[in-house]
Design a protein around this ligand. Structure first.
Ligand code: SAM
Length: 321
């Protein structure tokens, strides 16, 4: 059965304030000009048409979405679109302490925070910035203002953070946090990505099981996407595993990605991008836009029938993970 395409990951900027070594956004030489970035009203127009075609969940990403100056306005406009049931956001958390309350007040439903280590020194080594404590305060603030469920995404980096798998798992015992262990995608040509080893999520799972004995399957997680969820005994949060490398989940993929230049990728692995911005700026009607978006969704269904082959490369720092 064809999966319903109901989820859009929307990258609002290609810029980021951190420089994670496997993503390297600050070393990009080809940042988009302001004029090449879709304006908020243009994005709202695309999302309106997509909502009419079945998209009901929106995830705002980047670059870093919290450096986008009108991010709170964006959240509230997206929330008002008919058919959009949920607006969530993926962030590195650096500005969360200051912004969590306003984001929630503007209608943000929930938040994912990318955090590869719980050790301040290591955080600086991975991201280039010494601000772990501030990110942690942002996480606490998000819980306080009710941005639930809160997910922490940890990329499994071989030889770098594998000794923290237990510490991350332990967080779920005391806190209402869903921790997700994610295998590194090799969608980028970057040497840093190609040279970084990734652990398999099954290895992370084995590490946790050998410490705690048992993990209990947990089906009831909001926005569970491609992750498999488990729980430790009497834990408040859950533990998820996303196996980009070791298991392909193309057949069940329900998502489109649009970058900040208005290019839609039906699939992270196909490398094919449709340019919606060009169409909008050529004076197209909503009906013209709808025709293109319908075509993209059909194209995605075709791709879902194939196996996942990485034939071209898309940068995570542009499409936002
Ligand atoms: N700045 C925001 C953040 O840090 O969450 C959003 C953009 S960032 C590109 C989104 C996610 O993509 C982060 O969790 C990051 O770790 C992840 N990411 C970047 N490169 C990746 C790769 N090669 N494989 C898997 N995840 C990757």
């Amino acid at each position: 059965m064809k999966p319903k395409i109901d989820y859009l990951r929307l990258s609002l900027t290609d810029k980021c304030n951190l420089n994670c070594f496997y993503c390297n956004p600050l070393e990009k030489k080809d940042y988009l000009d302001n004029n090449d970035i879709l304006r908020l009203e243009e994005i709202v127009r695309v999302v309106r048409v997509l909502a009419d075609l079945g998209i009901s969940k929106l995830r705002l990403t980047g670059g870093e979405p919290l450096i986008k100056e009108n991010i709170c306005t964006a959240v509230s406009l997206f929330k008002k679109i008919d058919g959009i049931e949920e607006v969530s956001l993926t962030t590195n958390g650096v500005f969360l302490f200051e912004m969590a309350e306003a984001l929630q007040a503007n209608g943000l439903d929930r938040i994912n925070i990318s955090l590869d280590t719980l050790r301040p020194k290591r955080f600086e080594q991975i991201t280039g910035q010494d601000c772990f404590e501030h990110v942690w305060k942002g996480i606490e603030k998000s819980i306080e203002v009710g941005l639930f469920p809160l997910k922490l995404n940890m990329i499994l980096l071989k030889g770098i953070n594998e000794d923290e798998i237990i510490d991350f798992a332990k967080l779920t015992i005391k806190h209402k946090i869903d921790v997700r262990f994610i295998e590194l995608f090799r969608t980028s040509n970057r040497l840093s990505v190609q040279q970084t080893g990734s652990l398999k999520s099954s290895e992370a799972k084995e590490t946790i099981v050998s410490k705690y004995g048992e993990l209990f399957p947990e089906g009831n997680v909001v926005g569970n996407g491609p992750a498999e969820y488990f729980k430790l005994k009497e834990a408040k949060g859950t533990i998820g595993f996303i196996s980009n490398l070791s298991k392909h989940f193309c057949g069940a993929c329900n998502r489109l990605r649009m970058d900040s230049a208005g290019r839609i990728a039906p699939c992270l692995f196909s490398g094919y991008l449709y340019n919606v911005k060009e169409l909008i700026r050529s004076g197209a009607s909503d009906e013209n836009i709808r025709e293109l978006l319908k075509h993209i969704i059909l194209d995605k269904h075709k791709h879902n029938k194939k196996s996942a082959v990485i034939d071209k490369h898309i940068e995570m720092s542009s499409v936002g993970g």
